[in-house]
Design a protein around this ligand. Structure first.
Ligand code: NAD
Length: 340
């Protein structure tokens, strides 16, 4: 297949690109490098398949030109803000990136006669639970009622996907992701709780638990997410599909798990919670099992152990400190969604 991956120089996108190349697809990456980096594509370049990179914002008209020339069968759209908490602070910027960027991709796909678009969206925006709410894990239909920051804009994009399918025959699958983690998150200074805790443990430092670490997430390993994306090339058409484990883990429980794996516990300190960050996320992935033949293969213990091993090996490597800021890449402080 000919595939285009927007956001392909990011954490999840670069892993997807390697998977598609391994499956024999010809892959073009479109990425503006706002949070991604070319270094993440070293594996794809080394893979030796048919691969090209285009530095481009998806909202630019050149995207339509590119798709019309390449005529991909499938477009994976991952070029979006990684944190819905940023939507609480700057909803206009979030909606512009999600909705205007998403519509630009759909327009370009329609004009180029693309067969299918696979879009990722965020459980923290669409399927967050209140602290005392019953009914977890949540199925996809609960997304209809989301009032979480970033939720309405993401729902509007889902409506547009359905409208493009009905009017123009552009097929889609939208994958609603839990909190994705993996060793490659360590390569930049930013990011989620698993990477931060692994870095702290490798350095023998205490963790910082925002809001006391009571908020829960559905942590899902990046390779499993990539597997769901790859399956969605040919399956799950016309659906929103949850990609999570159905297991709810608080930041504090995650720290305890990882400190146990590390064999030392430097302790933790409490920081204020971030406004807009959801209290609980837990996904029912039954639809993914039925329509994609997918299930989460990686247990949190095993995935977290892999991140911890990578953090230790980075900490033991001479040169720039593990997770150090590299020129041209955002710092954790600069990225509003640094903690997911
Ligand atoms: N990581 C998670 O836990 C998580 C959870 C839920 C959903 N998601 C979604 O998955 C996608 C990828 O997340 P990630 O963790 O790999 O983030 P990432 O920041 O590593 O990747 C996003 C990539 O998109 C690029 N990009 C952003 N805006 C762009 C634009 N307008 N034009 C072209 N390129 C652009 C960035 O440079 C980056 O390479 C995002 O859409 C995010 O919302 C991620």
């Amino acid at each position: 297949m000919r595939a285009v991956v927007t956001g392909g120089a990011g954490f999840i996108g670069s892993a997807l690109v390697e998977r598609l190349l391994a499956e024999g697809d010809a892959v073009e990456v479109v990425d503006d490098l706002s949070t991604g980096s070319l270094a993440r594509l070293a594996g794809a370049r080394a893979a030796g398949g048919s691969f090209r990179f285009h530095q481009l914002d998806v909202a630019e008209p050149e995207l339509a030109v590119l798709l019309a020339r390449r005529r991909p069968e499938v477009v994976f759209h991952l070029a979006m803000p990684t944190s819905v908490a940023a939507a609480a602070v700057a909803p206009a910027a979030d909606a512009r990136a999600v909705l205007v960027g998403g519509l630009a991709v759909l327009e370009a796909c329609r004009a180029a006669g693309v067969g299918k678009v696979v879009v990722v969206t965020s459980a923290a925006g669409l399927l967050a639970l209140r602290p005392d709410e019953a009914g977890a894990p949540l199925a996809e239909r609960a997304a209809d009622a989301s009032r979480a920051p970033g939720g309405p804009a993401r729902r509007a994009l889902l409506d547009e996907l359905a409208a493009f399918r009905e009017r123009d025959g552009l097929e889609y699958t939208a994958l609603c992701l839990g909190t994705v983690y993996g060793p490659a998150q360590l390569e930049t200074g930013a990011d989620g709780a698993v990477a931060r805790f692994a870095r702290a443990l490798a350095a023998g430092e205490p963790a910082t638990l925002e809001g006391g670490g009571t908020a829960t997430r559905d942590f899902v390993f990046v390779d499993d997410v990539v597997d769901a994306l790859a399956r969605a090339k040919a399956r799950g058409t016309g659906l929103l599909v949850n990609v999570g484990t159905g297991v709810e883990t608080s930041a504090r429980a995650l720290w305890e798990l990882m400190a146990g794996l590390a064999g030392n516990d430097p302790g933790w300190r409490v920081a204020p919670g971030r406004p807009g960050a959801p209290s609980r996320v837990c996904l029912d992935a039954s639809r993914a099992a039925i329509h994609l033949g997918w299930r989460p293969w990686t247990r949190l213990e095993d995935g977290a152990a892999a991140v911890l091993a990578a953090a230790r090996s980075l900490a033991a490597t001479p040169g720039p400190a593990a997770g150090a800021h590299r020129e041209g890449e955002p710092t954790a402080a600069a990225a509003p969604g640094a903690v997911r």
